[in-house]
Design a protein around this ligand. Structure first.
Ligand code: CUA
Length: 364
């Protein structure tokens, strides 16, 4: 075949283009560093700044990769395109292997991904790991198509408008359910200003821990396409001073006075059989399945849900699915010692749902 191509050259023109790309890249990287994200989307929770740091880190190193890759594609497409009089059958330059280049573009992104992974590993547990520092646990339940908030101390839930005191860590237990859980769907709890986004999954309780740091009203947006009402599924979270929060809370109490306590949520999606296996593997060191008084380290749990003599849990609340799940999740301290939380016990949210189903199925 006819070799009419000149060999490719790293000539003056190539280096000029490289210089231009370097300048563009440098300007954009500088922009990434100084861009005031907070002015466009408030950093309103304890993890917002960390999440934004991860975002900046990704954008900072993503910018040169984007600029050089797209820049050279456009430049080479222009420089080496077929011109009038060129042999249309000509083959391209015969270049194979550039070990130095290939090593560089493999090693550098690998190191960047590794650093990104390590940073994420440090940051993300800040709101996923159970923590004893929370002042309260609030249940947030996704429904078709609204949010329900349950506060300790309120007999009725509050819909669509969540109130939080500024500067106080809270645990938010996220789930989704319907009167018939078979009809429940996955929603997602997203507060952009908190930089927190978490799916709400029927039968699972996912706890997150955040401290709101800026007074203001923020949107809660469902980011899981959950049905026809999905676009309307917007709630709000009002972060206010402790005094304002106390006033709001007192008003709720007054408004709810006389109302009967609502029924706890039914987390019936757990699999009792799977829960039995988890119980045998993780719980039997300290708990048996006999009656309350058949203690190992902790009490026997065979009658946990059906014991008129011990109607209340170690937390003082009556035994119901959500509160039992809460104990397994956060651990508990009783007269005989301390039960560790789910992280220490190596339990997933699914394990907890299964354990609750299993314990409920027991009846001694
Ligand atoms: Cu709920 Cu989308």
């Amino acid at each position: 075949m006819n070799q009419t191509r000149k060999p490719p050259l790293l000539d003056m023109e190539f280096w000029s283009v490289t210089l231009i790309l370097t300048v563009i890249s440098g300007l954009l990287m500088w922009g990434v560093v100084i861009f005031p994200i907070d002015q466009y989307l408030a950093e309103a929770s304890s993890v917002s700044k960390d999440i934004d740091f991860i975002f900046r880190f990704m954008a900072f190193f993503g910018v040169p990769i984007m600029v050089y890759v797209i820049g050279y594609i456009v430049y080479f497409a222009w420089r080496y395109h077929t011109r009038k009089g060129d042999d249309l059958m000509a083959v391209g330059s015969d270049i194979h292997d550039q070990p130095a280049l290939e090593t560089a573009w493999t090693i550098i992104p690998s190191i960047l991904m590794l650093i990104l992974g390590v940073i994420s590993y440090v940051v993300l547990p800040k709101y996923y790991m159970a923590s004893a520092a929370s002042v309260a646990t609030i249940e947030v339940i996704g429904h078709k198509f609204y949010y329900e908030f349950r506060y300790p101390g309120l007999s009725q839930s509050v819909d669509n408008e969540m109130h939080l005191p500024v500067g106080k860590q809270v645990t938010i237990d996220l789930t989704s359910t319907e009167p018939d859980i078979q009809h429940a769907v996955i929603h997602s709890f997203w507060v952009p200003e908190f930089r927190v986004k978490q799916d709400m999954i029927p039968g699972m309780i996912v706890p997150i821990h955040i401290t709101p740091t800026q007074i203001g009203t923020y949107r809660i947006i469902c980011t899981e396409f959950c049905g026809l009402g999905h676009p309307d599924m917007v709630g709000k979270v009002v972060v206010e001073s402790q005094a304002d929060f106390d006033k709001w809370f007192a008003d709720q109490r007054t408004a709810q006075a006389g109302a009967a306590n609502q029924k706890p949520i039914a987390f019936t999606r757990g699999d009792a059989a799977a829960g039995g296996q988890t119980f045998a593997a993780k719980c039997t060191v300290c708990h048996g399945t006999g009656s309350f008084d058949m203690r190992k380290v902790g009490p026997g749990l065979g009658n946990l849900f059906h014991d008129p003599n011990h109607a209340n849990l170690v937390t003082g609340k009556p035994a119901n699915d959500a509160d039992v799940a809460d104990i397994i999740e956060h651990g508990a301290t009783g007269d005989l010692g301390t039960m560790p939380n789910m992280q220490v016990n190596g339990l997933t949210d699914k394990d907890i749902a299964n354990l609750v189903a299993y314990l409920e199925s027991l009846h001694k």
